[in-house]
Design a protein around this ligand. Structure first.
Ligand code: UDX
Length: 475
């Protein structure tokens, strides 16, 4: 693949035009590199979710990878072949490429063994809503104690506010690390699909002020034959925030459409289908439900709003996106009250606790808000999830061993996470075990008509209760 020349940060007029437009091709395998491919020595700072997936996938592409984490137990577990996170396919890939993967506590060892060093540390929200960069800056300070040279390029994978690259550069200069390079290369990995997203990316964004550094980082992805967008560091940083904020906006938008659908006898699933058929809109991220959660959207939308605010701009739209998302979870409580009346003393089953299927991640999971709210209303809450086995931070929730146990004697069930294990339940046989067969489907995952036929009082989000799409559309 011919790469366009990287454009220096000082040339905004040209930077957006430097895009390759090669057609996407099938994800290659490590055994099928292009002839020009040269394996590199890669380091990864932080063996968390992003760091592990990046490191393991880089090893699968043929690079030699050293991952460094400060958590001794995690490093020991990784060295014993353990996988500290739940991500489908990661364990197999780790095992397959273990000869190219080294896990260490020592930054010195990582620097000896690596030329291109990804930074994949946490950037959690701070009290002010700004991203907390202390772990990123802490790493640079640590690097300064050991020195670095022109071999080393730091590559930012963590999601960091626009302007972080400039701050890191200033710190590197101040600590005498003039020769250490810096590139922004944001991740677009969905939990549960992270390996596929890495191996078959829609695009790889590389923000750099030095064309040679951009080339070296782009070279790592050579086997993927992916579309590469080369740009300045701040623009790359903004691509990441803007992408997540836009996807979150799509979700809040369709959730508001769903709420209006409930008032006017329309079906949001069909509305979304009709909208998605317009190629300008696209069908992705138009699934109405109880809102977005996870480690990225809530944090990144807030951080972008905060970033704009810090520069004196009030990001009106994102303020609404966040507010709609908060209210959306709470609408479930209203639906439960509509069917059950006062919730005091009722038993409510929450089916699915993780923020989405395919992960054990509980960050910003709707289940936490719902459980807390229901307990405050005086309800008894019983939860079940195929992977998550505790609801830390909310006391008084009983975790059932099976979905059937959770439903036993329940006055209502709420589908919080659309796990297949939830949609595949023998719903027709479970009506009798519930005290009152009320199901609030927070993810529109079940068939309304089948649920009605089975005897449930069923209500989704933005759909008419008890009727399937076809029946609703014929009304
Ligand atoms: C997201 C981005 O997709 C990824 O590119 C980024 O790097 C990290 O953040 P992730 O948080 O893993 O990935 O989950 P994603 O699958 O995008 O879903 C986020 C949330 O939105 C989930 O709570 C999901 O249930 C919700 N969602 C998603 C909807 O409510 N409706 C939709 O149509 C899509």
């Amino acid at each position: 693949m011919t790469e366009p020349t990287a454009v220096p940060e000082t040339d905004p007029a040209q930077e957006e035009s430097a895009v390759t437009a090669d057609a996407p091709v099938e994800a290659p395998t490590a055994t099928d590199p292009s002839p020009s491919f040269t394996p590199a020595r890669v380091g990864v700072i932080g063996a968390g979710y992003v760091g592990l997936v990046t490191g393991v996938c880089m090893a699968a592409l043929g690079h030699t990878v050293t991952l460094r984490d400060i958590d001794a137990r995690k490093v020991a577990a990784l060295n014993d072949g353990g996988v500290p996170i739940y991500e489908p396919g990661l364990d197999d890939l780790m095992a397959e490429h273990r000869e190219r993967l080294t896990y260490t506590l020592s930054l010195e060892r990582l620097l000896e063994r690596s030329d291109i060093v990804f930074i994949a540390v946490d950037t959690p929200p701070s009290y002010s809503g700004d991203a907390d960069l202390s772990r990123v800056m802490g790493f640079i300070e640590e690097l300064a104690t050991l020195g670095g040279d022109s071999r080393h390029i730091l590559v930012m994978k963590s999601t960091v506010p626009v302007g972080t690259g400039k701050r890191v550069r200033q710190l590197l200069e101040a600590r005498g690390l003039h020769n250490v390079g810096y590139v922004s290369n944001p991740e677009f990995l969905k939990e549960g699909d992270a390996i596929a997203d890495f191996m078959n990316p829609d695009r790889v964004v590389i923000g750099a002020s030095d064309p040679d550094q951009a080339d070296r980082v782009a070279g790592l992805y050579e086997p993927l034959q992916a579309k590469i967008l080369r740009t300045s560091v701040p623009t790359a940083e903004m691509v990441k925030y803007a992408s997540n904020a836009f996807l979150a906006t799509k979700i809040s938008f369709i959730n508001e459409i769903a709420n209006v659908c409930e008032e006017v006898d329309a079906d949001v699933a069909v509305v979304a289908e009709g909208m998605g058929m317009d190629s300008r809109i696209g069908k992705a991220f138009l699934k109405a439900g109880i809102g977005f959660g996870g480690s990225c959207f809530p944090k990144d939308v807030t951080a972008l709003k905060q970033l704009a605010g810090n520069s004196g701009y009030h990001f009106q739209l994102l303020t609404s996106v966040i507010e709609v998302n908060e209210l959306q979870k709470r609408r479930v409580i209203g639906k439960l009250k509509k069917h059950l009346g006062d919730l005091r003393g009722t038993r409510i089953a929450l089916l699915g606790l993780a923020f989405k299927p395919g992960t054990d991640d509980m960050r910003e999971a709707a289940s936490l808000v719902l459980a807390g709210r229901l307990i405050a209303e005086g309800a008894q809450v019983v939860g079940w999830d195929p992977v998550v086995k505790s609801l830390d931070g909310v006391s008084g929730v009983h975790i059932a061993a099976t979905a059937e146990e959770a439903l036993e004697g329940a006055d209502a069930a709420v589908v919080v996470t659309e796990w297949q294990e939830v949609t595949d339940l023998e719903w027709t046989h479970l009506t009798a075990s519930m005290a009152r067969p009320v199901v609030i489907d927070g993810r529109n995952a079940l068939d309304p008509e089948l649920m009605a036929v089975a005897g449930y009082t069923y209500e989704g989000i933005g759909r008419l209760p008890g009727l399937g799409i076809a029946a609703q559309e014929q009304r």
